[in-house]
Structure formats: C-alpha cells, structure tokens
Design a binder for this molecule. Structure first.
Ligand code: NDP
Ligand code: MG
Ligand code: MG
Length: 340
C-alpha cells in the first residue's frame, strides 16, 4: 500500500522564514508561486526578461534573474520547460548553489535521465502535482487540491522529505493526497500516462472517432459534440464516482455498448503497443529522442503540431466554442488560438 499524506499529517513550519525561488512562471510556476504565497510562504520568481516577467510583476511578485533568485533562495524550484532546464541550470543555477540549499523539481525527467546532475551538497527532491498548472491554481482557489507525488533524490540536511512534504502542502496537494515515490517511478509513470492515456491516447481516440463519423458523412458539428465536447461530461462522472458512477448515469444501452465494444477498440494489440511505449520510456530511448529533437530545433514537434492544429475538429471546435462563452472562459489557449 502506498504511503499517503494528508493535510493533518504535514506541517508548514519547516518553510517558515525560508525563501522559495520559483524559477519560471508558466503553467506550474504561476500556480506554485501563488498557492505558496497564499499560504504565507515567502516566494521570489526567477526568470529571463519577457512576457512571464511582466505577468509575475503584475501579480505582485518580486522578480529577479534566475541566478539572483537562486542566490536569495533556500529552496530553488525549477519550473522551466523540461527541455530548457539543463542549459539554464548549468549557466544560471549551478554556479550559485550553496551547500544545504534545496534544488526541487516538479518532474523527474532531467535528473532521472541525467540531463541535470546536481552537486552532492544540496537536497534534491520533487513535488509533482498530478494535474495541469492552471488546474493546480483553480482547484486551490476553490478550496480543494490536486493530488501530488513527492520523492527525495538526495538528502543532505536530513530535512529533505519534510521540506518536500511542506512544499506539497503549500501548493495544496495534501488536500487531495500526497504519495511518496521515487524519481524513477514518477518519471516513468508520468511519461507513460501522458503518452498512452491522458494526452496521446485520449487525443487519438477523439480524433479517430471524429474522423470515422465525418468520413461517413455525418455533420462535423454533431460529431464534435458527440466525440469531443461530451468527453468532459463523461470524464467528470468518472472523476467523481469512478467508472461505476459513469455507468450508473448513462443509459443501459450506452452501458451495454461500453461493456461490449470498449474492449474491441482498446484491445490486446493496443496493450502490446502500450508495453512497447513503456519499454522505450524505461530504456531511455524516448528521453534520448526528445533531447535530440530539441537539439535539432524541433522539426517534427513543430510540423506535427501545425498539422494537428489545422485538423477539421479544431476548426469546427473553435467556431462552436465561440458560442459557448461558459465553456471558454479560462483563456489558457489565448496566445495559441490567435496565432493558429
Ligand atoms: P511552461 O512551459 O509553462 O513554463 C514556461 C516558463 O518558463 C515561462 O515562464 C517562461 O518564460 C520560462 N522560461 C522558459 N525558458 C526560459 C529560460 N531560458 N530562462 C528563463 N525562463 C524561461 O512549463 P510547465 O509549467 O509546463 O513545466 C514546468 C515543469 O513542471 C516541468 O518540469 C514539467 O514537466 C512539470 N510539470 C508540468 C505540468 C503542467 O501542467 N504543465 C504538470 C506536472 C509537472 P517566458 O515567458 O520568458 O518564455
Ligand atoms: Mg503528468
Ligand atoms: Mg509530464
């Protein structure tokens, strides 16, 4: 049984009087910084000059260069995109790290796959919320929390785990559940989850359903609501009451279809492919490919993203969501949509 931590198990005290430097103010960065601040913890932001810098200042934070923020901090939380962490770490963090400081991550990728090699005189841990950054903030404001994982890679002060737990409470994770794990387990399960199920699997399932119906001549708008929009309504039921809750709420006809057709769509062959994905993650093959793709300036990443953004489902969706301001609202995609 996994070791779980909840609000009442964790004290924030160990963070009192300490300064957390949140490096990066993107999806996770803004959420960590604002949630910690709401919990009375002293936060500074480390960034390069640019859009995020302005936003963090507008939100009332003290913003510094990455090296200055590192020097001011007791805990340095690295929330830059994974692929830019190694270079920024080498140039702007590593030279300024002091003994007994803590270097923290929200994902184990760079440490586990040796893209960032921390010195042996600092604590190294991760606090990985199991949810998108914007949701980490939103749910916190609503009084809830997103579950999180903590792991200690290196404990120099003897306090690394206590600090990691306090940090996880500071961003709201202990309101849901915090589980202790290892860098390896967090990294491999996270990569597998986003590839096979949450992002890759889900997007491919929605698209395949959409294409099958539109290619058979059904109206794209009808199909959009059927295969994409309604996904959230179904997933909300699953989130609240599990698969059984969803099955209770849908019609018996839908449940019969679910039970008999589902295993034909996600079948033994799909599972074999999942095992291959997992093996590529475990062996470092996926990590190597992603590191090289970045070094090559992302030719495939950009081409594939562009192609996906032009898909009919996106064109139809943009139009339909215009008429549903209650769905849009959050504006996470503001910058992307206008440039698409
Ligand atoms: P984002 O892409 O949202 O972070 C971008 C931020 O980093 C921006 O503030 C950007 O500033 C800044 N930045 C980028 N490059 C540099 C640089 N060279 N120097 C200084 N600042 C820079 O990252 P995420 O929040 O998605 O990811 C952060 C970490 O959290 C990753 O380790 C990720 O795996 C992990 N994680 C992310 C989740 C998520 O929901 N996205 C979920 C769980 C974990 P600017 O505006 O100047 O570009
Ligand atoms: Mg994840
Ligand atoms: Mg991830």
């Amino acid at each position: 049984m996994a070791k779980m931590y909840y609000d009442q198990d964790v004290q924030l005290d160990v963070l009192q009087g300490k300064t957390v430097a949140v490096i990066g103010y993107g999806s996770q960065g803004h959420a960590h910084a604002q949630n910690l601040r709401d919990n009375g913890i002293n936060v500074v932001i480390g960034l390069r000059r640019g859009k995020s810098w302005e936003k963090a200042e507008e939100d009332g934070f003290q913003v510094y260069s990455v090296s200055e923020a590192t020097q001011q901090a007791d805990i340095v939380m690295l929330l830059l995109p994974d692929e830019s962490q190694p270079q920024v770490y080498e140039q702007e963090i590593k030279p300024y790290l002091r003994e007994n400081q803590a270097l923290a991550f929200a994902h184990g990728f760079n440490v586990h796959f040796n893209q960032v090699v921390p010195p042996d005189n600092v604590d190294v841990f991760l606090v990985a919320p199991k949810g998108p950054g914007h949701v980490v903030r939103r749910v916190f404001q609503e009084g809830g929390g997103v579950p999180g994982l903590i792991a200690v890679y290196q404990d120099v002060t003897g306090q690394a785990k206590e600090i990691a737990l306090a940090y996880s409470k500071g961003i709201g994770c202990t309101r849901a559940a915090v589980i202790e794990t290892t860098f390896r387990e967090e990294t491999e399960t996270d990569l597998f989850g986003e590839q096979a199920v949450l992002c890759g699997g889900l997007a491919a399932l929605i698209k395949a359903g959409f294409e099958t119906l539109t290619e058979a001549g059904y109206q794209p708008e009808v199909v959009y609501f059927e295969c994409l929009h309604e996904m959230k309504l179904i997933v909300d039921l699953i989130y609240e009451e599990g698969l059984a809750g969803m099955r209770y709420s849908v019609s018996d006809t839908a449940q019969w279809g679910d039970l008999t057709a589902g295993p034909r769509i996600i079948n033994e062959q799909t599972k074999q492919e999942m095992k291959k994905l997992l093996e590529e993650i475990q062996s470092g093959q996926f990590a190597k490919g992603w590191v090289l793709e970045n070094q090559a300036n992302r030719p495939m990443f950009n081409a594939l993203t562009r192609r996906e953004n032009e898909h009919l489902i996106e064109q139809v969706g943009r139009q339909l969501r215009e008429k549903m301001p209650f769905v849009k609202g959050k504006g996470v995609l503001k910058d992307v949509v206008t440039s698409a």
